[in-house]
Every structure is written in C-alpha cells, then in structure tokens.
Design a protein around this ligand. Structure first.
Ligand SMILES: *Cc1c(COP(=O)(O)O)cnc(C)c1O
Length: 400
C-alpha cells in the first residue's frame, strides 16, 4: 500500500501536504521509552499502557469511557453493534465521507443510506435529514420504516468532516423524536468543539452521540505509529459491550458471550498515543493559527471560497479545504510549484463502483457532488510554518 502522505519535513522551496517526520523526531526519546518499557514486561497486549491511554483520552473528550481498538473502522463497527444496530437496519450518513463510515454499516449487515450535506460546511444538512425522516419514512408499530426499502431506520452517523463539528443540536432533536441511535464519526475531529444550545455548553466531538468513533491513523490530528482507534461513550453498558466485542466477545478468557473479533489496541500504540496526546492541544492550536492565516490571506480572493466557521464551532482543523470552480487547474499550478494538496474526497460514495447497486446516480446529492468537484485540501499540520502558509496563499492569489 502506498502512503497518502508526503513524509518529507519542511524545506524552503517545497511545501508537503503533511509533515509527519518532525513531530516524531521531537518526541523521539519519549517514544523510544515506550518501546523500552513494553520490552521489559513483554506486555504487548492490554495492560497499564492501554488503560492509561483510555483514561486520558476519555478525559480529553469529556466522556466517561474510552475503549481502545484496532482502527477507526473497527471503532465504527464496534460502536454501531454495541449501540444496538443490527442486520437489516438502515443507518443514515453522508455521501462525502471516507468509505470506512459506510463499510462499517454494511459489514454488520445494516444498510447505509445517504442524505445530502450543507454546501457551506460539507457536513450533514439537518434539514435534509428531517426531510428524509418525514417524507420517505413512516411509523409502523412504534418504529420508523423507510417506505420503499421497507426496513427500519435505526441510526444516524454524522461525520465531523475536516475536523469541523456537525450541527448536532437539530440532529439530536430528530434522533430523540424518532428514536434513532446517533454514532459520531469523529475520526477527523480530535478536540473539535461545538456549542450545544440544548445543553448551553461547549461539547467535545465524541461526547455528543450515544457513542463516537475515533481513528488514530498516523495522519490524523492524533496519530499512532501504526493503526489504532477508539470508541468513546458515557454509557457504561455500551462501553462494556465494546470491551467484550474487541476481544472476541469474551469478558473472561475462552468464555465467549457473543462473537466479536480481534479489534484490540496494542500496548505500544497506546503508550505512543499517551505521549502524543499531551501535545495535541498545542498541535491543534498551531493548526488553528495556520487556518486563521490562510483565511486572512485567501478570504478576499475572487474565485476562492474559504471554509466557513460559524461562532458555534471550534474546528480541530484536520484539513483546511477551500473550494473553487478551477480546482484541477489550481491543483496542477500548486503541484508545479512544489506544493502538495489533496482531495477529500474526489468521488462521493454513491457514485463509487462499490455502491453501484444502490442505484443512486449523478444528481442524487447535488451539494456533495458539487463539493467533490470544487474542494482542494491545502497543506496543513502542527509543524506547518507561517512562511509556508504565506507561500501557498501567494501562489493561489497569483493563480487567480
Ligand atoms: C480515517 C477515517 C476513518 C477510518 O479510520 P481508520 O483508522 O483508517 O480505520 C473513518 N472515517 C473517517 C471520516 C476517517 O477520516
């Protein structure tokens, strides 16, 4: 598998999409110490490093429980199953997410379906969700059924895309009204915050749904040195089910209450994450400063739409994504000047070959489709320098 990232640290002339080398070099001694202590006890699976990280990350997300698992994809599957989503249930999400969101739904035998996003944020449009639930579904014996599919609608997975929180209040209101399970896909949103009018307080991503899934893929705001993920929740019973599922459905070794699989977080990754979590607030602050500078320098460029940030969100700035009608030409212009950019994501899920059977053609989700052709992710990361943001912005200004 090739890496999606450009691992080179910053140089004067080239701007990498994400510099993963520098943060690890800065923490090298502490990271090596994690290996040393794991070697001393050969405690590679479970144990105090996993529990320590779980405690720390639960605190960070302001949730009662965190369960470390093998990846963000595992976290989504465990959260959905443990929350009670089962085979044949419809789970509604958005088409412009990473495929792991819908894979997790399909793999447990449930049926993914989509509602469109807001053009301004690329996040789930609560009004579109309301229309879906009111116009396309009907209540039958206390449950909400999709009229055409004749299957119960059981859950919603809002995705905090690019680290920008979804407008959760109206979605949680609809979920309460129709008895839907809300699982947040917080895989891009470590530390993002949303002001909840319902609760009159700022809420961390991962603390708003029944449960949430996080990924610690190396390129995420908090990344392991390998694969890792976590489920966060306030529900002790749900947490206990995830703990069991991640370990082959056993609470006691070789006594299996249910079938699960091996979806554990290993001790070395947990120890590494514990070290890196201490730096996350500072890293997120750096990202936010870079985002503010991009917005200052690009906000008045004709032809460019900078990410909108309403006063009720504090994004984690996993990605800084602009929109323009001349996306492909701009991307080439930047690449020719040594600036690496990305597309998140080039093809909405309903138009992917893997979902051809859904029969959702072009035009099904106009906002998600328009975004796919206009989005461009600019270099972003905790070690991105001011001069690099200025250089990228200047190249963009000159292009327009
Ligand atoms: C990264 C990501 C995932 C999957 O996480 P993995 O750790 O790679 O399995 C799921 N959803 C979204 C939105 C992501 O960005």
């Amino acid at each position: 598998m090739t890496s999606t990232f450009d691992f080179r640290p910053a140089s004067r002339s080239e701007v990498p999409f994400l510099d993963l080398v520098t943060p690890h070099l800065e923490l090298k001694e502490e990271l090596v110490e994690v290996f040393r202590s794991a070697l001393k006890t050969a405690g590679f699976i479970g144990g105090p490093m996993v529990e320590g990280f779980e405690d720390d990350f639960a605190k960070f997300c302001a949730t009662n429980h965190c369960i470390g698992v093998g990846s963000g994809t595992d976290a989504l599957r465990f959260a959905l199953i443990a929350a009670g989503i089962g085979p044949g249930d419809i789970v509604v999400t958005v088409p412009n997410t990473f495929i792991a969101t819908t894979e997790a739904i399909s793999q447990l035998g449930a049926i993914p379906d989509f509602v469109d996003v807001l053009e301004s944020t690329c996040n789930m449009d609560p009004e579109k969700l309301r229309q879906y639930l009111e116009d396309r579904c009907v209540e039958k014996s206390g449950r909400l059924y999709h009229r055409e599919k004749d299957r119960p609608v059981a859950g919603v997975v809002p995705v905090h895309l690019y680290g920008r929180p979804v407008d959760m209040d109206p979605i949680l209101d609809l979920a309460r009204k129709y008895n839907l399970i809300v699982i947040e896909d917080a895989c891009q949103a470590h530390g993002a915050e949303y002001f909840s009018k319902r609760e009159n307080t700022w809420k961390r991503a991962g603390s708003m749904g029944v449960a949430a899934a996080f990924s610690f893929y190396p390129g995420k705001n908090l990344g392991a040195c390998g694969e890792a993920g976590a489920v966060t929740t306030d529900d002790p019973a749900l947490a206990a089910r995830v703990r069991m599922l991640r370990d082959h459905g056993q609470a006691k070794k070789y006594y299996h209450d249910v079938e699960g699989w091996n979806g554990r977080l290993d001790a070395i990754q947990a120890g590494i994450l514990q070290v890196k979590l201490k730096r996350l607030p500072e890293w997120n602050k750096k990202r936010s400063e870079c985002a503010a500078l991009y917005t200052e320098l690009l906000g008045n460029v004709r032809g460019v739409t900078v990410p909108s940030v309403s006063s009720n969100v504090r994004p984690a700035w996993h990605l800084y994504v602009i929109q323009t009608d001349r996306r492909d030409a701009l991307q080439k212009h930047l690449a020719d000047s040594g600036v690496a950019t990305g597309l998140h994501y080039p093809v909405p899920l309903h138009l992917q070959n893997s979902y051809r059977a859904m029969n959702l053609g072009t035009g099904s989700f106009p906002a998600a489709e328009a975004a796919a052709s206009r989005i461009l992710s600019l270099p972003m990361g905790p070690t991105l320098k001011k001069f690099q943001v200025e250089r990228v912005s200047e190249l963009i200004r000159r292009f327009f």
